[in-house]
Write a protein that binds this ligand. Structure first.
Ligand code: ITT
Length: 203
């Protein structure tokens, strides 16, 4: 059985692959990098769900008979009225790097003296089954924003995100933590339960 994921984000993809390889080794996981003719659609939705569905639909158009997934995720910071939210990947500009996005976020929080640093990561997944059924999975990770980046693992805002109850950032905790407790792991593990019951049926 195959799963085609509409993502160009290598960090996301490696997290998905770690989870699927561990929980469902028989599943073959591909991404848009394996489809040279795939054109990433404009993410012009208003919500994580809209954008996840846009990505899933464009992959479904290319791989109609397979399981396909689109995932939209981001960081909501309470003191910034839940920004960057759906704009997380491009918070500091259209081609911004992870470091530039983090620097902008830290600056925006610094301007608001004494701002509460509470934040959460959200992940929304839209999946289409081979018969076209739409499934949705969501995951959340609550935490706070550190004042300076720490750690080398992961991607995106991991170096400045401290999960509730932890003394290390996500970039210090790494895959051992993220594969069990991240917003993405929570949504993916729910999907895996659903997929597990389908995988016994040969393709
Ligand atoms: P695709 O659309 O190709 O999947 P993308 O990076 O543009 O890649 P999103 O639009 O969903 O994906 O934006 C997600 C951004 O949110 C991501 O680029 C990071 O900046 C941030 N983000 C999401 N999950 C994260 C995580 O686990 N750790 C750190 N940052 C994360």
């Amino acid at each position: 059985m195959e799963l085609w994921i509409a993502t160009s984000n290598k960090g996301k993809l490696s997290e998905f692959k770690l989870l699927f390889d561990k929980e469902l080794p028989a599943l073959r996981v591909f991404s848009q990098a394996d489809l040279p003719t795939f054109h990433a659609p404009p993410e012009n939705g208003k919500t994580f769900l809209d954008n996840a569905r846009i990505k899933a639909r464009s992959m479904k158009a290319m791989k109609p008979g397979q399981w396909v997934m689109g995932e939209d995720s981001g960081l909501e910071v309470e003191a910034l009225n839940n920004l960057p939210g759906i704009h997380s990947a491009r918070y500091a500009g259209p081609h911004a790097s992870d470091s530039e996005n983090m620097a902008k976020l830290l600056k925006m929080l610094q301007i608001r003296t004494n701002a509460v640093r509470k934040a959460r990561f959200l992940c929304t997944m839209v999946v289409f089954s081979p018969t076209g059924e739409e499934l949705q999975f969501v995951g959340e990770l609550a935490g706070s924003i550190e004042r300076t980046p720490r750690g080398q693992m992961g991607f995106g805002y991991d170096p400045i995100f401290l999960p509730d109850g932890e003394s290390k950032t996500l970039a210090e905790l790494g895959p051992a933590f993220k594969t069990k407790s991240s917003h993405r792991a929570k949504a993916t593990l729910e999907f895996i339960v659903k997929l597990g019951s389908a995988i016994s049926v040969p393709d």
